[in-house]
Design a protein around this ligand. Structure first.
Ligand code: ADP
Ligand code: MG
Length: 734
């Protein structure tokens, strides 16, 4: 295969590959339990380094949200700076999650010239720790402020520890922050998450109080363990695909005869180069205090997964961002490129980020743990039914929270959860809610034992229900798994939406129960009230429960009959964020103001349109400057063969008709690229929603058509002139 890369370009790649290899850190001699979190200014380090009273004050901010005094901030800042400098940091950065996508950081040196002596001194003031002022005008605000009102602030999130990101010749102290406008509106994804966690805690505490299980509990935490799927491609091949470089996905590419049909990649042996990469990623993440646990091959060739142990959702979301950045940062050291896009390759599995979510007390009790005799565990049933009610009432908003141009390629395709949001409960819980609907539950379906039939093999304890990997939102034993979330975005936004939806149902249930039983309920009285309230909830909302195969067409019809929303793509789903229903929900729990909700709808729709337009522009560019020249070569070769053969007076009907068919295909391909180019030059509506609709209706179909023709050309053109590395090259890492 010849690739359309210049030799200087190839040299540049080779040089960067050897540079990258040098920066590997393959030291496996150190024990993880010794270096875990060594680059984190965590609470243990703070306790060791801060005066007792300062540490106590700081913890009051962290645990109870009390404001921090300037004196405390100054002491913490100095201790943090000393620690960071000892560990080789030269700069600090307020690290935040703007609405664009990943994270943003602006570095400032930890040194300053002392005006008195003219000497360099290390310094980090309390004010610089607590507050930063990046120029907000270049971040999307969705109309929240005019560009000339550029002020935006980052505010230290003391609940998520600072950490040092290091590489060759640099070490940066990263301080997790929220990002808000001058008028205090959230311009990021962390702020609504924090607000939603506070709101959920408040309502969940009311339920615990009713059951008398709140002793010693000050807060209910949202927990998150996010499994991350990703693709790895050889970096040289990656650079030879301008579509991957600029769009993170292939815009052209025919499936090879062997793709994922044999299902031989899933959990297969991990190629040594990839395994070395994974191990180094894990070492880096351990230093950063990210508790990664699981690694394996995924379904598509070239696709892998990494999953951490769950944590408090705010920290877990920050860690999730760090995890994605680390995957991308380390891959080049192994000559690899990590792609987090939801659908880098058409026709094989895409990538998700399965958000395992639960609620737990600050004393460590998981509120979604059904325990043994679940039918007697009324508190569990209340939390469970709150989730069922929330997902049914806000299925559209949950769908919206995971919508993006990239995830559109995945949701509803025959391998990822569909765009219809439903809940998988499994046999045991479905039986329980059915019993509750009828009256008093009196049994819990028990897990069995699996006899493997061979004496030497142990009997395995069997879960009471099977897994369902087709459901977008599945109960998995002691938590829910929101599987429809896309691989490339932050978990913070879908988690904030899930939290606020559940908060509303917790409040509803708490109020209903309090009205029935008063402040000091008897056990029997409480049980009756719970049964009465939940019976109603189940009747109204059980339509969202579906345990069957979500990939089938039958389910699409069945869901329509049940009246469940089916928002097929981002253009349908994104405007839900600013619907009256959603705005009321966000406002009620102070998660987003009306203006903040509207700005999000604007930003997300605008991003959708821009992303598709960039892809379309890139397609035209590749079609005209790479594919067409190659097909002309092939066409000339065929034509040469025909005329030479005819000149020799030999019949060549087969090559002749091949030439005719090929020329016809090339003509249609040329016309399709022109049509797309013209469409890109046409008028575009001003209004963001109209613009997104226009892009969906006018641009997407032309892209699909152009791609089909190109892929057909790929199948018919000499491999030696085809200008792009093909899927077979990309998919199988050697
Ligand atoms: P799967 O079989 O779904 O691929 P994994 O073991 O890869 O499971 O991932 C399961 C994830 O769920 C892990 O991140 C795990 O820590 C997380 N998890 C377990 N319990 C909870 C909980 N109570 N709250 C949130 N996440 C949890
Ligand atoms: Mg997994």
């Amino acid at each position: 295969m010849s690739m359309a890369v210049s030799s200087t370009f190839e040299q540049a790649i080779a040089a960067s590959a050897s540079y990258n290899e040098q920066s590997r850190d393959s030291d496996t001699s150190r024990r993880v339990d010794e270096y875990f979190g060594e680059d984190v200014f965590n609470f243990e380090t703070m306790r060791a380094r801060l005066p007792k009273q300062v540490y106590r004050d700081l913890m009051r901010t962290v645990e109870l949200g009390e404001p921090m005094s300037t004196e405390v901030a100054n002491v913490v800042a100095t201790a943090m700076k000393d620690w960071a400098v000892e560990r080789g940091a030269t700069h600090y950065a307020h690290w935040f999650q703007p609405l664009t996508g990943l994270t943003a950081e602006k570095h400032d040196a930890l040194v300053t010239v002392d005006p008195g002596t003219g000497q360099m001194v290390y310094e980090l003031s309390g004010t610089s720790l607590v507050q930063g002022e990046p120029d907000a005008s270049s971040f999307p605000s969705g109309g929240l402020r005019a560009t000339f009102e550029a002020r935006g602030y980052t505010a230290w999130d003391a609940t998520s520890p600072a950490f040092i990101v290091r590489g060759e010749g640099y070490g940066t102290l990263c301080i997790p922050t929220a990002f808000v406008s001058w008028t205090g509106e959230a311009l990021d994804k962390k702020t609504p998450l924090l607000r939603s966690m506070d709101a959920l805690s408040k309502q969940a505490m009311r339920i615990l109080r009713i059951f008398g299980t709140d002793t010693g509990v000050t807060r209910v935490q949202t927990t998150l363990g996010a499994e991350q799927e990703y693709f790895l491609f050889d970096r040289n091949l990656y650079f030879a695909r301008p579509d991957l470089v600029s769009c993170d996905r292939t815009l052209f590419g025919a499936l090879p005869p062997k793709g994922q049909q044999l299902d031989d990649h899933y959990f297969g042996a991990i190629p040594p180069r990839v395994l070395s990469f994974m191990a180094e990623v894990e070492r880096e993440l351990y230093k950063l205090g990210v508790p990664v646990k699981t690694r394996h091959n995924e379904v598509a060739p070239g696709q892998y997964e990494i999953a951490p142990t769950f944590e408090n959702a705010n920290v877990a979301c920050d860690h999730q961002m760090l995890l994605m950045e680390t995957l991308k940062r380390i891959a080049p050291r192994f000559g690899l490129q990590c792609i987090l896009h939801e659908k880098p390759l058409a026709g094989v599995n895409g990538s998700g980020k399965h958000n395992n979510w639960s609620m737990s007390t600050n004393t460590g009790v998981n509120l979604l743990d059904p325990q043994d005799e679940t039918h007697t565990n009324m508190q569990f049933m209340v939390f469970l039914c709150a989730v069922i009610r929330a997902v049914d009432l806000h299925a559209d908003l949950l769908r919206s929270s995971i919508a993006s141009a990239a995830n559109d390629h995945r949701l509803g395709a025959n391998e990822a959860p569909p765009a219809i949001i439903s809940i998988f409960l499994g046999d045991m819980l479905t039986d329980l809610i059915e019993q509750l609907e009828q009256g008093t539950p009196n049994r819990t379906i028990k897990a069995g034992k699996l006899d493997l039939g061979a004496l030497s093999l142990p009997d395995l304890p069997r879960d009471p229900g099977d897994r369902n990997r087709t459901s977008p939102f599945a109960f998995t034993g002691n938590r829910f798994e929101f599987r429809a979330v896309g691989s490339s975005g932050t978990s913070a936004w879908p988690m904030a939406v899930l939290n606020v939806a559940v908060t509303e149902s917790l409040e509803f249930l708490a109020t209903e129960l309090e009205q029935r039983v008063g402040a000091k309920p008897t056990r029997a009285g409480l049980e009756d009230a719970v049964k009465e309230v939940l019976r109603d909830v189940i009747k109204k909302h059980k339509r969202v429960v579906f345990n069957g195969d979500n990939y089938t067409e039958d389910w699409q019809n069945e869901a329509a009959a049940r009246g469940l929303p089916n928002l097929k793509d981002s253009v349908d789903a994104l405007p839900i964020v600013s619907s009256d229903k959603a705005k009321a929900l966000f406002a009620k729990y102070n998660v987003l103001t009306e203006a903040e909700a509207e700005s999000r709808a604007n930003i997300f729709l605008e991003k959708y349109a821009k992303q598709v337009l960039i892809e379309a522009g890139q397609m035209v560019r590749i079609a005209r400057t790479m594919i067409q020249p190659a097909t002309l070569d092939h066409q000339t070769r065929l034509a040469g063969a025909v005329s030479a053969t005819q000149a020799a007076d030999v019949e060549c009907d087969s090559i002749r008709s091949q030439l005719e068919a090929y020329v016809d295909l090339c003509e249609r391909f040329g016309a399709a690229s022109d049509a797309l180019a013209r469409a890109l030059e046409g008028e575009e509506p001003e209004d963001v929603f109209e613009h997104a609709k226009h892009v969906r209706a006018e641009i997407l179909p032309l892209m699909t058509n152009l791609r089909e023709l190109a892929d057909e050309l790929e199948r018919r053109t000499s491999a030696d002139v085809w200008p792009l590395p093909v899927y077979a090259d990309l998919m199988f890492i050697k």
